[in-house]
Write a protein that binds this ligand. Structure first.
Ligand code: FUC
Length: 815
């Protein structure tokens, strides 16, 4: 039973009993240097620059990325058009043929369907395989990947000993509370220290080598690069590298530049053959920065290259940095980082790395059940905040968004080009941004999506037409995206057809608004959302069997088969329509277009429960819908529950029926999967209010899908699982997708006592809470926008008005 009370709540201006923090000193630590890039090197970054530090003593390698270093695109081919193939007329013909063929196929399937569950399991229920003709129509909708390109590594900074000798007491750590890395060791009676960070305000990688005795540091410095079209030179204490991706041959192409500046205190510096040598210094400071001439094209000029010389930019950065001392640079960096990171914290029980285990020991102990409870909780807390650390390090205002590997990528052809995949991956990267109070880090992906609109309009026209052949409105893009506005479909038969990508990405805009209540922001982005919705208003097909509107062709992401009205597409389209309708209400816009969206929404084919009690993945039930198909990693049809908001358990009887069907589906699918797949399941079970099941998935992701450096592994390393896990763990603590804020909606037994501070809720509230034995003992809600607040806590519902800037505390009422 829900009790609803209008209560008088005292607002507080200052103190709150939750003066708290998390366990101080969240660190990744190791007593050996890294040898493997993806699993052992440690990431630092500032959104522009990413670096992976290996930290070995004889040869230290710091692998460097610059966020916009991509091959392909117009630098390779000046005629680059975003990957579009054939003429619009040809594509429309294929689309119409495919649509008609799929309608016929599904009509025949339903007429002849004999699917049943008997004593010997499920029988029948498979669509006939695609015949050659249908396959040809669908292949006639592919794009051209020739000039897609890839995100690439820039260089490796090498710092080598001149006379290597043995060392002892080696230790390295990444402190995620202040985004600094440190390595210490002893050699020939001297204690050596190396420190590394990447400053966002100064846009520079800073490395300091120091020792506890004077004149004891001798090192050689040089740059290596997998890039082949480069020139390197050295001038006094500066190494300069300039170049272009090897496939960039056009006169307007990507140019990159990097400099490495070495500033010793004491000792002798010499340079020759592109190397700098320092002998017998007391201390050495190393600065490096990099830039390209890339600009994000926000209009239909598709000009991706500025006239600025990237080397001039880099020189300027390094000159400015060199005017500051190390402490100034460090303080500015820490202040900047903490302005984001310290906005929220969590603390589970008595979390503590009580035996000072290294991270690999903690992971081992977690796997083998030899950690103390406090150590397990520490690792979970570390892993939680690591997600936020990685986002702050890879996504800052005016940078490109975090890609499949954040900002860290090795070599010239990282997995899946380290691109922007949008059938789950890019979206998952940003689920944590608002909830964990990092709205600033969310903006790059919104800018990125905006940058796809101009060419996405062309894509809509080029690949789509209304069912009657007339032109569609709006814009669209598909599964794989680059930094060159590649908005055309890909070429991989079992995945490329995903026009719902653009609709899904509009959720970032709406969520930014819901969390921050910024009407100017919503106004600025409203047209983009409306146009994405109008694309679907025009592109939907009326299923002749029931008169409902469906996506056609429709392909359940990476699972298939081609059919009409697969649940994933319907869910995303429904969510977009819902967002646009609500946005229009928030902005007071009631236009004929909004009426069209409302009308289309009412006619959409909706979610269904199958004869196996499962939440149906396809409009027409398939055998594998019931049997689960060997734990396939994609469960996109559950979008209705998460990240969508159309199924909210506890809201109505129908919601609860769907929730039960979703549970059935998740159980049939099992808890396995790739890193991101497990991370998504943390979120699903949190929304289903099953904290223990979510926690089980947290443990499985840590045991099976986490590398020694706590990077998520698909395999290989893919960062979405890190971000998605932090988001899911937050969903276990606070949810606000419905019409109220729920505190501890899915608390697992393992976290029966704890506290958090600064979790954001929709409506622009910040929440602090403390709980014991699963019961909230104190709760503080800070209202940033003065909205009415409804909060569910300890089984009670409280509603009250708020004043912007005031905090409200609940204590005794919670009993
Ligand atoms: C999607 C997923 C894969 C992988 C790739 C980058 O295609 O299905 O598992 O994550 O993106």
């Amino acid at each position: 039973m829900k009790t609803k009370a209008i209560i008088a709540i005292i607002f507080l201006s200052s103190s709150f009993i939750l003066t708290q923090g998390q366990v101080s000193g969240l660190k990744l630590s190791y007593d050996f240097p890294a040898t493997a890039w993806d699993s052992e090197a440690l990431p630092i970054g500032n959104g522009h620059l990413g670096a992976m530090v290996f930290g070995d003593v004889p040869v230290d390698i710091i692998q460097v990325n610059e966020h916009s270093l991509w091959s392909g695109g117009p630098g390779k081919n000046p005629e680059y058009n975003g990957g579009h193939a054939r003429t619009a007329a040809e594509n429309h013909q294929s689309l119409q043929n495919a649509r008609r063929a799929l309608q016929e196929k599904m009509t025949a399937f339903r007429a002849n369907n004999t699917i049943k569950i008997g004593a010997d399991g499920v029988t029948s229920g498979d669509y006939s395989p695609e015949d050659e003709q249908l396959r040809a129509y669908i292949e006639g909708l592919m794009g051209d990947r020739t000039d897609f390109g890839s995100y690439q590594s820039l260089s490796n900074i090498h710092i080598t000993e001149i006379q290597p000798s043995t060392y002892t007491n080696y230790f390295r750590e990444l402190n995620i509370d202040n985004a600094t890395q440190k390595i210490t060791y002893q050699q020939n009676g001297v204690n050596y220290t190396r420190e590394y960070f990447v400053s966002h305000p100064d846009n520079v990688i800073v490395i300091r080598l120091s020792a506890d005795k004077p004149g004891k540091i001798s090192r050689m410095f040089y740059l290596m690069s997998p890039q082949t079209n480069i020139s390197v030179r050295v001038n006094d204490n500066v190494i300069t590298m300039e170049g272009s991706p090897a496939d960039h041959v056009a006169s307007k192409r990507l140019k990159f530049a990097q400099q490495l500046k070495v500033i010793p205190t004491g000792g002798i510096l010499t340079s020759a053959e592109n190397k700098i040598t320092v002998e017998n210094a007391d201390e050495i400071l190393i600065f490096s920065s990099a830039a390209t001439n890339y600009i994000q094209s926000m209009d239909a000029d598709f000009n991706f290259f500025s006239k600025k010389n990237p080397l001039a930019t880099v020189k300027n950065i390094l000159n400015q940095a060199a005017q500051k001392n190390y402490t100034e640079l460090l303080d500015t960096h820490i202040q900047d980082y903490k302005s984001l990171y310290d906005r929220m914290s969590v603390s589970f029980g008595n979390a503590d790395n009580e035996n000072n285990k290294t991270t690999n020991e903690l992971l081992e102990g977690y796997k083998n059940d030899t950690n103390t409870i406090a150590e397990n909780l520490y690792l979970e807390q570390l892993y939680y905040q690591y997600g936020r650390y990685l986002l702050i390090s890879s996504s800052r205002e005016n940078t490109l968004p975090a890609n499949l590997q954040g900002i860290w990528a090795e070599g010239l052809l990282p997995p899946w080009n380290a691109d922007y995949h949008t059938n789950i991956n890019l979206q998952m990267n940003y689920w944590l941004a608002e909830q964990t109070n990092l709205a600033d880090c969310h903006l790059p992906v919104i800018e990125y999506v905006k940058s796809l609109v101009p060419r996405g309009k062309f894509t809509a026209q080029h690949y789509h037409c209304k069912p009657n052949g007339d032109p569609v409105r709006g814009w669209v893009f598909y599964l794989e995206n680059s930094i060159w506005a590649n908005t055309a479909p890909g070429m991989w038969y079992t995945a490329f057809y995903f026009p719902a990508a653009a609709a899904w990405m509009c959720q970032d805009v709406w969520e930014y608004y819901r969390f921050n209540q910024d009407k100017h922001f919503l106004e600025d982005n409203y047209q983009m959302m409306l146009d994405a919705a109008l694309f679907w208003v025009d592109n939907l097909w009326r299923d002749t069997r029931d008169g409902k509107l469906v996506a056609n062709p429709s392909y359940s992401p990476e699972h298939g088969q081609y059919s009409i009205g697969a649940s994933s597409d319907q869910a995303i389209i429904c969510e977009l329509f819902d967002m646009v309708i609500k946005a229009s209400e928030a902005l007071g816009k009631s236009t004929p277009e909004v009426e069209e969206v409302k009308s289309a929404k009412n006619q959409l084919s909706g979610p269904q429960i199958g004869i196996g009690g499962q939440f149906m993945e396809w409009k027409d039930e398939l055998q594998m819908d019931i049997t689960g198909d060997g734990e396939h990693r994609h469960a996109n049809h559950l979008f209705w529950l998460h990240p969508g908001t159309q199924v909210i358990p506890g809201r109505s009887d129908l919601d609860d029926l769907f929730a039960e069907a979703i549970k059935k589906t998740l159980n049939t699918r099992g808890d396995g999967g790739t890193g991101w797949s497990k991370a998504w399941k943390i979120n699903f079970w949190a929304r289903l209010r099953d904290g223990n099941r979510s926690h089980k998935l947290v443990t499985e992701i840590l045991k099976e899908s986490t590398l020694t450096n706590l990077f998520d592994t698909h395999p290989p390393f893919q960062i979405d699982g890190n971000f998605g896990s932090t988001a899911g763990m937050t969903e276990m603590l606070v949810q606000s997708q419905g019409d109220c804020i729920e505190i501890l909606p899915a608390l697992p037994d393992a976290w029966s006592t704890g506290r958090f501070k600064g979790i954001k809720a929709r409506g622009n509230f910040e929440i602090d809470a403390k709980w014991t034995d699963g019961k909230v003992t104190s709760l503080k809600i800070t209202s940033n926008s003065g909205n009415n607040c409804t909060v569910k806590c300890n089984g009670k519902t409280f509603s009250f008005e708020t004043i912007a800037g005031k905090s409200y505390e609940l204590g005794a009422e919670l009993e």
